[in-house]
Design a binder for this molecule. Structure first.
Ligand SMILES: [Cu+2]
Length: 135
């Protein structure tokens, strides 16, 4: 009897952990600061319409830039990185916006950066994790 109770307790805690971990979402809320994305990791289903609510709480212009799969802006975003941009939105200081984009159809980890000069080096990077959409 006691053993059964322990098993139930373990199952329950596992369930809570998996719920709290956060699965794929079609709604991203992100705050841009000087110089971070909060949060900086987003899990989305492939090919779905994603709503991005973003706010710039910083004192300078920030961008939310998704790079193409397999590409990276490296330590600094420059002209040669422009063709590798999958999608982006720019936010003025104090600004906020609701926009949307279609998640890439190919699952994988996509780099997210702020393209404003020097911001990658200051830590403005994130990760868009695209997972297969549920049937
Ligand atoms: Cu920035």
């Amino acid at each position: 009897m006691k053993r059964n109770l322990i098993a139930v307790a373990v199952l329950l805690s596992l369930t809570l952990v998996s719920c709290g971990g956060g699965g794929p979402t079609t709604n991203i809320d992100v705050t841009l600061t000087d110089f971070q994305f909060q949060p900086n990791q987003y899990i989305v289903p492939a090919g779905q319409e994603i709503t991005l609510n973003s706010a710039n709480n910083g004192a300078v212009v920030h961008n939310f830039v998704i790079m193409e799969l397999g590409t990276t802006a490296g330590p600094m975003f420059d002209d040669e990185d422009v063709p590798n941009v999958y999608w982006e939105v720019e936010l003025q200081p104090g600004g906020s916006t609701e926009t949307s984009f279609t998640a890439p159809t190919e699952p994988g980890e996509y780099e997210v950066v702020c393209r404003t000069e020097g911001h990658i080096a200051s830590g403005m990077t994130g990760k868009l994790i695209v997972v297969p959409a549920q049937e």
